[in-house]
Write a protein that binds this ligand. Structure first.
Ligand code: GTP
Ligand code: MG
Length: 292
């Protein structure tokens, strides 16, 4: 995403203007609590994305090879909203122990909002040897080095603040989307939806192809993108494309009343909600060098 240019800068500036406000007293206390627990923890797993699951499986296999009386503790750490609680729940769920042994805290709360987990909580996932998984509150340093990093953090949902909506968050999302190959995969999934409706293939639970609003939003965005004759690399031309996409979204979202400002805010929040709940696909914001 080397071309992020003005969209990333604008959002990065908006994030930096928050001056690390997300790192409040609560996050500082959580950070201290995590450090205090380190001596009793056997494995610390930093959660970044789904690819970590392979590392996780290997580590747990290593622990299992120890003595039966051994108690192992795995601590999940990471910035807010990366899925620590979701992983804690999955590990707890797949744990081979009786329901009554699973303890008082059955499930960690999973939410699209960062900062949902307030305290370190232990979930038992196995007996003989005992394995506990510790879910921790997300901690994000108050200092973000560059606008590029700040804007990507905001787009992942690690920082959520109402001022970011006016700071170019939705525009940065559309910028990323317009450069991605998602429109083609949406067309494929429309074809798939047709086959699903004809019952020629089974519907996959996560493809959202039967969600009418999602389909309309995807179609609207793709149509405007396909009719765009300008140059995506030119910031002013790309800005105009994004403006037209946002205006066109009034229809699928059914927003016809209220002031222009209110409508724009509602469109931005509905579109970002679709993105954050995975209904507009998954995006890798990092750039990888070929030697990785
Ligand atoms: N697409 C996708 N979304 C996920 C995955 N895991 C979690 N999520 C979503 O990411 C959001 C955050 O998940 P949480 O598990 O609450 O994140 P967290 O790291 O515990 O967040 P904090 O408690 O705020 O630090 C939720 O909307 C989840 O549904 C995943 O593997 N894939
Ligand atoms: Mg959590």
């Amino acid at each position: 995403m080397a071309r992020s240019g003005c969209f990333s800068r604008r959002l990065g500036v908006a994030v930096r203007e928050l001056k690390g406000a997300w790192y409040g007293r609560h996050m500082a206390a959580s950070e201290r609590a995590i450090v205090d627990r380190l001596p009793i923890v056997d494995v610390v797993l930093e959660i970044r994305d789904a690819r970590l699951s392979i590392v996780l499986r290997d580590k747990i296999r290593e622990l299992k090879s120890g003595q039966d009386s051994y108690t192992a503790t795995v601590m999940l750490v990471g910035i807010p909203n990366v899925g620590k609680s979701a992983i804690a729940n999955s590990l707890h769920e797949i744990g081979r122990i009786h329901a009554e042994e699973k303890g008082r805290h059955r499930h960690a709360v999973v939410s699209t909002f960062p900062g949902e987990t307030k305290d370190i909580t232990a979930y038992k996932m196995q007996s003989h040897p005992s394995i506990y998984v510790l879910d921790t509150p997300g901690v994000l340093s108050p200092i973000v080095a560059t606008d590029d990093y700040a804007s990507k953090l905001a787009l992942t949902g690690a920082i959520k603040d109402s001022t970011l909506q006016d700071g170019g968050l939705v525009e940065f999302f559309l910028f990323v989307l317009n450069f991605s190959g998602k429109y083609n995969s949406w067309e494929d999934s429309d074809d798939r939806a047709e086959l699903v409706s004809q019952k020629k293939i089974r519907k996959h639970h996560s493809d959202h192809t039967n969600d009418v609003i999602v389909k309309d939003v995807r179609r609207t965005l793709a149509k405007i993108r396909h009719s765009f004759n300008g140059d995506l690399e030119k910031e002013d031309e790309h800005g105009k494309l994004i403006e037209s996409q946002l205006v066109a979204l009034q229809k699928p979202f059914g927003l016809h009343c209220g002031s222009v400002g209110d409508r724009n805010r509602a469109i931005a929040s509905k579109l970002l909600d679709l993105y954050w709940t995975g209904r507009l696909g998954h995006y890798t914001l990092d750039t990888f060098s070929n030697d990785l």
